[in-house]
Write a protein of this length. Structure first.
Ligand SMILES: [Zn+2]
Ligand SMILES: [Zn+2]
Length: 164
């Protein structure tokens, strides 16, 4: 899926309404009540004659452009939820693999396992990114700052940088 265009200067925030729903994660689900879901159950927002999924739209507003081969995974599998804290970027291949193997279901236990949220592709991207702060990267990938530091120092995913 290509990035959503027209956010920059033309951006006008959609009027979004939602109700809160309790769950196992640190924050509550925000169930969208103002926008109709499409046939797949994802609320959509109409922009420039396109109908991007609301969660992808909000994710891009928060964290910037989503790469073409990247999926936005719902940690609680709730497609109507638009809480960006419950979203996590995964490479398309890894994403479908996670769902097939059942790994994706583990995310529903909560956010206590930050490393399990990252794919190898994302860990590589974090390692290669020398432009952004750890804080910014932590926000973008939905993990803690120490998790970013561990990748950078080679403590986690050390094999990517030749192992330590
Ligand atoms: Zn949620
Ligand atoms: Zn998913």
């Amino acid at each position: 899926m290509s990035p959503i265009r027209g956010i920059g200067g033309k951006f006008k925030p959609p009027e979004i309404e939602y109700r809160l729903e309790d769950g196992p994660l640190d924050s509550r689900c925000m169930i969208c009540t103002s926008h109709k879901p499409n046939s797949e159950g994802y609320p959509v927002v109409v922009r420039d004659r396109k109908q991007p999924h609301m969660h992808r739209y909000l994710y891009q507003l928060m964290y910037g452009e989503i790469f073409a081969d990247t999926d936005i995974h719902h940690l609680r599998k709730n497609r109507a939820c638009i809480n960006v804290e419950h979203l996590c970027a995964k490479g398309h291949g890894f994403h479908s693999q996670d769902h097939k193997s059942g790994v994706a279901r583990l995310d529903m236990r909560g956010s206590k396992h930050p490393m399990s949220k990252l794919t190898e592709l994302q860990a590589r991207a974090i390692l290669a990114d020398t432009e952004h702060t750890h804080r910014c990267l932590a926000n973008k990938y939905g993990v803690s700052q120490p998790a970013i530091s561990d990748i950078k120092s080679g403590k986690n995913w050390g094999f990517l940088s030749g192992g330590k």
